[in-house]
Structure formats: C-alpha cells, structure tokens
Design a protein around this ligand. Structure first.
Ligand code: ADP
Length: 400
C-alpha cells in the first residue's frame, strides 16, 4: 500500500490531497478556507484530470480540528472511502525547518517542540503548520505523521552561499542566515528534469526557476541545492506577485526615517504591496500580462523588472555552477507564461541558451523542451508537484 495523505495547513486554510504514490496520482483532494470565520468554504475533488468531480459547500469551521472533521465527512460523503484507501502516513508541509531539519522527519513530541520553537523565524507559517499537525494527529491517531520541510533541500548549501556578511556573533545568536524555501519543488523538478533528459541527476547542473505567486531560483548540482534566491525568509531574491525580492537594505532605514513607516509598515509594504502588484497594479501574472499587452506602461515596466531579475540570477548561478546543462521553468508563471520565459532568457544566445520560439509558445501539460536542438543548455518546462513529492518523502521515511 502506498497511499499518503498530504496536508498543507495555513493559519486559516487546510489543503489536503490523498495521493497514490505508486501511481503518482491523487485519489482526491480538497481545500477548506476561512477557518475561524463564520463563512467558511470547503471544496472536495474526487479523482483527477478530466474525470475529476468537485463538491463545494459553505460551512462554518471554527478551528483546525473542525477542519479535519469536515475533511473526514467529505471523504465519507463523496469518497473515496478512507477505510478502503487508508493512508499509511500523513505528510505535513512545514515551512521553516531551520538548520535542524535536513530531511523528512517522523513527528514526535520533540519534533513538535522544535517546529514551535522555529516559529521565531517563520511567525506566519510554523504556528499554522503545527496547528494542522496537532489536529491531524487527533483525526489520524494510528498513523505515522511526517514533517517535510520547505527548507530541507537547501541544507546542502555551502557556508559561502548561506552566510550573510554581517556581524557573526549577532547572526549566530539570532540564527540569521539563508535557509531558502520551495525546497520540495526544487527537489522534485530537478529530478523530473533529469528523468526527462534521461540522464542521472548526479551528473547534472541545473538552474530551476520556480515562478508562482512566490518565486525563487535554485542552482542544483548533482541533485543537491548549492544556492537559492530566497533567504532567511521568503522575501529575498526574485520579484514576486506581491513581494519585492532583493532591495538595498538601506531603503528600509530610509522608509523608517523619511516615510514614517514602522517595522509592521515596512513588512506590509515589502511582503504584500510590492512585486508586480506594487509596480504594475496586478499581483496576478495573467492580469499583468493582459495590461502590458494593452499598452499600460506600468505593467510593461513591471514585466521588464520581473524578467530582468530572473536573467540576473540565471547569470549568477551559471557562474556558480560553472556549466549549465538545463534551465527549468516551473510553477504557475513558469509553466504557463511563454512571454515571461522568452523575456527572461532574451539575449543569452552568446552563453549557449537558445529558446525555440515555436516550442516556447506551444502549450502542453507534461515536461517539455523549449530550447532549439542546437542550444548548448537545454531549456525545459517541468510541472511541479509538491504534493506528490511530500507523499513520496513521507512514504520513504516510514518504509525505512
Ligand atoms: P502559488 O505560489 O500560490 O502556488 P502558482 O504556482 O499557482 O502559485 O502560480 C500562480 C501564478 O501563476 C499567478 O501569478 C498566475 O497569474 C500565474 N499563472 C497561471 N496561469 C498563467 C498563465 N496562463 N499565464 C501567465 N501566468 C499564469
């Protein structure tokens, strides 16, 4: 049996998927939103692809325990039967594993204490992840629960890549260093790219561009992360939907001194009102592209800033890797936006990166090549599947 329940628990949401790992497919999945509010929403999808059937309901869900009860009811009412498809493990997405967790870990009381303690570094995410773990343990008492950390894949980065050039003592005391995020996706996608290229991952040097609402680049050498663009928090690096990515840190001081913003104001500005939203008025790439297409100069500039930053990271990571076998686009924007892919790699022909305009424009659902046959570096689109990766890792741990 290779069925794993994957849980991604936010402060007011619960996302779940029942995954058949052997088949590599979801049996069912769902989303419960607005936990803690009177007007909660639940959706439950049975099957996948064209045959999927979705059931929606409005329900009040006071807390995470109630959300799991709701989820069990949905399985009961719409299937598949959890008695017949009993999960052998529950895999939990946990955002911040700090320097402590470098692999998927069976959840014990001590592990929970550590996840809680790491909330200092991820105040928005870890408490919500932990609430989900505790509620899931109530709902599935006899099953091993496994934490899969967003940061774990990047624990192989060398000190030169993860150390910030600030006072060492202060940095150590407050655990200020680069942790990186989206690790589950970068791991899955770099391996899927190797599979597509029919080459062992150990031989490959790859740059993965995970471009979703959040976005990060990762240099993967021999299957290991050696550098990534998100830092101590998911704010650093690429331009994102609503996050600024890299800026001169002195801008924060300037904003505090001259614009009257306090720490919360800066936090809100850089995390929620910046990125393509702050620049072009749209946090969603589809809307931004449509506005740019219609000639809106702010949207055009936003698209240019977004892709200029990606190109800068591709260049930097090429230099760190020494050789690039493949550049891989993934996540909502990376998988779907031909325009972003084209602008990001524009002018790199001299470095052996040649996009095939026709292949880039063609839509498709699986992994595909979008570079020319002559391109020295392969350019691929590889759909990410974080749920499947979490399920695989959880299963691997319980089968050890
Ligand atoms: P998350 O980081 O929340 O998982 P996704 O990976 O789903 O996000 O990516 C969401 C982003 O993908 C949004 O900005 C959305 O506009 C973008 N996106 C989805 N489909 C397309 C498309 N066809 N063209 C351009 N952008 C797209």
């Amino acid at each position: 049996m290779s069925i794993v329940l994957v849980v991604n628990s936010g402060s007011s949401s619960l996302k779940y998927q029942l995954v058949d790992v052997a088949a590599g497919e979801p049996l069912a999945g769902g989303l419960i939103e607005r936990i803690g509010h009177a007007d909660g929403r639940a959706s439950h999808t049975v099957g996948h692809g064209d045959d999927a059937q979705t059931f929606r309901e409005e329900v009040g869900v006071p807390d995470h325990d109630a959300a799991f009860a709701r989820m069990l009811e949905a399985f009961e009412a719409h299937g598949p039967s959890l008695a017949e498809h009993a999960p052998v493990a529950v895999g939990h997405r946990v955002v911040q594993g700090g320097a402590r967790f470098f692999e998927p870990t069976v959840i014990t009381e001590l592990v929970k204490i550590n996840i809680d303690e790491l909330s200092v570094l991820a105040p928005l995410h870890n408490p919500a992840n932990l609430a989900g773990i505790v509620a899931a343990e109530h709902a599935f008492p006899g099953v091993p629960h496994v934490a899969v950390f967003d940061t774990a894949f990047h624990q192989t980065m060398p000190p030169a890549a993860y150390t910030y050039a600030i006072d060492r003592e202060l940095a150590e005391k407050h655990r200020i260093r680069r942790y990186g995020f989206h690790g589950t996706s970068h791991r899955f996608v770099s391996r899927a790219a190797a599979e597509f290229l029919e080459r062992p991952v150990e031989e490959l040097r790859v740059i993965v561009l995970h471009l979703g609402n959040g976005a990060s680049a990762c240099a993967v050498s021999g299957g290991r992360s050696v550098e990534t663009s998100m830092g101590m928090t998911p704010l650093e690096g690429l331009v994102m939907g609503t996050r600024s990515g890299d800026i001169d840190p002195a801008i924060l001081l300037h904003l505090e001194r001259r614009a009257g913003l306090d720490a919360d104001g800066v936090d809100d500005l850089l995390n929620k009102r910046s990125g393509i939203l702050g620049l072009g008025g749209h946090g969603d790439m589809r809307d931004l592209e449509a506005a740019a297409e219609a000639g809106d100069p702010d949207a055009e500039l936003a698209l240019e800033v977004y892709t200029h930053r990606i190109r800068a990271y591709v260049g930097a990571y090429a230099a760190q890797l020494g050789r690039v076998d493949a550049i891989v686009f993934t996540a909502g924007v990376g998988e779907n936006s031909a325009r972003v892919r084209e602008l990001s790699l524009e002018g790199l022909e001299g470095f052996g990166v040649e996009l095939d305009a026709e292949r880039n424009r063609m839509r498709g659902s699986g992994a595909r090549r979008i570079s020319t046959d002559a391109s020295r570096t392969e350019v691929l689109v590889v759909p990410t599947n974080e749920e499947l990766e979490i399920a695989r890792q959880a299963l691997e741990v319980v089968e050890r």
